[in-house]
Design a protein around this ligand. Structure first.
Ligand code: FES
Length: 562
C-alpha cells in the first residue's frame, strides 16, 4: 500500500473504538467473499450509475467489469458503488432539477466510504457534470469514464441519430410533411444501440469537456458505446486510477482556471451544447473559478467551429471518433490553449499534443484555417431583457435572424405554451418573437422548454425558424434562433416577466444584446406588482428552490460553490 492509501481502514465508522471499527469492517467485508490479502490492498471506488430508467447507461455492467479488471491487474481492490442515475427523458419535471442531488450523492459517497481513488462512470447529460462537481468538491483522486455515444440507425436509406433527427422529423410531422405511420417507423430507428445521444448534444459535449479538462484519459471521449475499444478504455481507466495512488493528483490540480478555459474553447470549437456552459460553470464554481460573460465572449470570438457534426453540421459522434476525436481538435486549437495544464496522469497538455495525429478526417474535423465557422458556437448576451446574461447558440441559429426586431408573443408558462401554441386563433405572424416566461430554475427547475415549437399554422405555412426567448434551457441536440437562460428569471422578478404581448424586442448578435424596447420606468412599474410563485415546503424540492443559483452561476446550490 502506498504511503497515503488507507484501503479498507480509511475513514472508519465511528464507534468510539477505532480498533473495533477496523475489526468489524474487515469481518463484514469478508462476508463479501474477499480474502484477507485483498483487504490489505488499496481501494479504488467505482461510482456506477446503472438504472432501468437510463438507456444511455445500458452497458454499465460491462464497463464496471472492465474497470475492475484494470484495477485488479494494477494491484488494487475495485469496489463499485451506486449513486443516483439520471436518465434524461425519464425524469419529471426535468433531469436538471436532480443534477445537484446526484452531485451531492457522489461527493458524499466518495468522502464517506473507504476509497483511495475513484473512477466515475457516467454518460447521460446530467451525470458527467454531477460526477465532476461531486469529485471536485470531494477532491479525492478521481478519473472520469463516459459510457460513450450511440451508433446511428437507418430509415429508408438515411442515417438517423438521437436526437437532432428526432426533432427535425417531429417538426416535419407537425408541419404535415411526415405521416403518423412514418413517424412511428422513425421512432423505432432513432435510438438503436446503448449509449448517449449520437450527436454533439450535451452528453457528447460534456465528454469532450471532461477529456479537455484532463479528467478522462486522452482519446476516450468519443469511442462509441458498443465499440470494443470502449471496454479497453475502461480497463485502461482502471489502471490509471491505480496510478493515482502514487501520484495523488487531485481534481483541484486538474480543474484549474486554465483547464476550464481550454474546455471553453473545446465547447466553442465543437459547436457544443448550451447546457454545457451551465455545467462547466457549476464544475468550475465548485473550485472557486468563475466564467464571466465577457471572457466567454472573448473566447468565443477567437475560437472557430471546426467540427462538422449535428446539430450544427452534418456528422454524428461515430464519425467524430473515426475522424480523430478530441485529440485532433486539440491539435488544431493548440495555439489558443494553455499547454501547461496537467491531466489525471500528470501529463501536461503540451506533452499530450507533442505527437501529430497519424490521420484526421478533414470532412469532419476541419483545419484551423478552413473552419465550419470563424467564430465559436455560443455567446453570452446582455441587455435590458437579461441584465445578468443570457446564452445564444449562434452556430445552430439562422444568420438572417441575427439582427432582429419584432413584436413579442408572450406565453406565461409551460401550461400556457402547450395550451395556445397551436391555437389557430393565436395572434402570431412570421417575424414575431416568441417569449416564454416562468421556465427558469426557481419556477420549475429550468426544463429544456426553450426550443419553443413554431406555431403549427406558421409551420404549415413553411416557417422554419423564429426568434424565441426564455429563461429555460434547450436540448444540446436542438437548433434554431433561440435565446436561453435569461437571468434573472421571470419567477424571481426579472424583466422577462414584464414583457407583454405586442412589446418590441430587439436581438443583436453583433452587439451581443437582447433588449426589451420598453421604457425602464414602465418595466419597473410592471414589475412592482410581482409576486413570486409559491415555494415547495418540504424535501429536496424545497432545498432546490431555496438555494439554487441562476444560470450564469451554474444553477448549483449556493452552499456548495467554492
Ligand atoms: Fe441520455 Fe441524450 S438521453 S444522452
Amino acid at each position: 500500500m502506498t504511503e497515503e492509501a488507507h484501503g479498507i481502514a480509511g475513514g472508519l465508522t465511528n464507534y468510539g473504538d477505532p480498533d473495533f471499527a477496523r475489526y468489524l469492517r474487515r469481518s463484514f467485508a469478508r462476508s463479501m467473499g474477499l480474502s484477507s490479502e485483498m483487504l490489505d490492498k488499496p481501494i479504488i471506488g467505482i461510482a456506477m450509475t446503472p438504472s432501468g430508467f437510463n438507456n444511455c447507461h445500458r452497458t454499465m455492467d460491462e464497463l464496471v467489469e472492465a474497470v475492475s479488471r484494470g484495477v485488479l491487474a494494477a494491484g488494487a481492490l475495485p469496489r463499485p458503488f451506486p449513486t443516483v442515475s439520471l436518465g434524461e427523458v425519464f425524469l419529471n419535471p426535468t433531469s436538471m432539477m436532480y443534477r445537484n442531488l446526484m452531485a451531492m450523492d457522489t461527493e458524499e459517497m466518495i468522502g464517506a466510504q473507504p476509497m483511495d481513488a475513484v473512477v466515475l462512470i457516467g454518460g447521460c447529460d446530467k451525470t458527467v457534470p454531477a460526477q465532476l462537481m461531486g469529485a471536485a468538491s470531494a477532491d479525492v483522486p478521481a478519473i472520469q469514464l463516459v459510457t460513450g455515444p450511440m451508433s446511428t440507425g437507418r430509415y429508408r436509406g438515411q442515417r438517423l441519430g438521437a436526437c437532432t433527427d428526432c426533432r427535425s422529423f417531429w417538426g416535419k410531422y407537425r408541419a404535415g410533411s411526415v405521416s403518423a405511420q412514418e413517424i412511428a417507423e422513425i421512432e423505432a430507428q432513432l435510438s438503436v444501440t446503448a449509449g448517449t445521444c449520437a450527436v454533439m448534444g450535451t452528453a457528447s459535449t460534456m465528454a469532450c469537456i471532461a477529456e479537455t479538462l484532463g479528467m478522462s484519459l486522452p482519446g476516450t471521449a468519443a469511442i462509441p458505446a458498443v465499440n470494443a475499444h470502449r471496454l479497453v478504455a475502461a480497463e485502461m481507466t482502471g489502471r490509471a486510477a491505480v496510478r493515482l495512488l502514487t501520484t495523488r493528483i487531485r481534481p483541484s490540480q486538474v480543474i484549474t482556471e486554465k483547464s476550464v478555459e481550454n474546455a471553453l474553447r473545446m465547447l466553442m470549437c465543437v459547436g457544443g451544447s448550451t447546457n454545457a456552459i451551465v455545467h462547466l460553470t457549476a464544475i468550475a464554481g465548485r473550485l472557486g473559478i468563475r466564467i464571466t460573460p465577457d471572457r466567454l465572449n472573448q473566447i468565443s470570438d477567437e475560437t472557430p467551429v471546426l467540427v462538422d457534426l449535428k446539430p450544427v453540421g452534418e456528422g454524428y459522434m461515430e464519425d467524430f471518433h473515426a475522424a480523430g476525436g478530441v485529440g485532433a481538435v486539440l491539435r488544431e486549437l493548440k495555439p489558443l490553449l494553455h499547454l501547461d495544464t496537467v491531466d489525471v496522469e500528470g501529463t501536461t497538455l503540451a506533452e499530450r499534443l507533442a505527437e501529430p495525429m497519424p490521420w484526421v478526417d478533414r470532412a469532419v474535423i476541419r483545419p484551423f484555417a478552413d473552419p465550419v465557422s470563424k467564430v465559436g458556437g455560443l455567446i453570452a448576451l446582455r441587455g435590458s431583457l437579461a441584465p445578468d446574461g443570457a446564452i445564444f447558440k449562434r452556430a445552430a441559429a439562422t444568420p438572417g435572424l441575427f439582427e432582429s426586431e419584432g413584436r413579442a408573443v408572450v406565453f406565461t408558462g409551460l401550461e400556457d405554451l402547450s395550451a395556445r401554441i397551436d391555437d389557430p386563433d393565436l395572434d402570431v405572424v412570421e417575424g414575431d418573437i416568441l417569449v416564454l416566461q416562468n421556465a427558469g430554475p426557481h419556477a420549475c427547475g429550468m426544463p429544456e422548454a426553450g426550443y419553443l415549437p413554431i406555431p403549427k399554422k406558421l409551420a404549415q405555412a413553411g416557417v422554419k425558424d423564429m426568434v424565441r426567448i426564455s429563461d429555460a434551457r434547450m436540448s444540446g441536440t436542438a437548433f434554431g434562433t433561440i435565446v436561453l437562460h435569461v437571468a434573472p428569471e421571470a419567477a424571481i422578478g426579472g424583466p422577462l416577466g414584464a414583457v407583454r404581448n405586442g412589446d418590441r424586442i430587439r436581438l443583436s448578435v453583433a452587439e451581443k444584446r437582447i433588449d426589451l424596447l420598453v421604457a425602464p420606468d414602465e418595466i419597473a412599474r410592471r414589475l412592482e406588482g410581482f409576486t413570486p410563485p409559491p415555494r415547495p415546503v418540504r424535501g429536496y424540492k424545497a432545498l432546490y428552490r431555496n438555494t439554487v443559483t441562476q444560470a450564469p452561476l451554474g444553477c448549483d446550490f449556493d452552499f456548495l460553490t467554492g
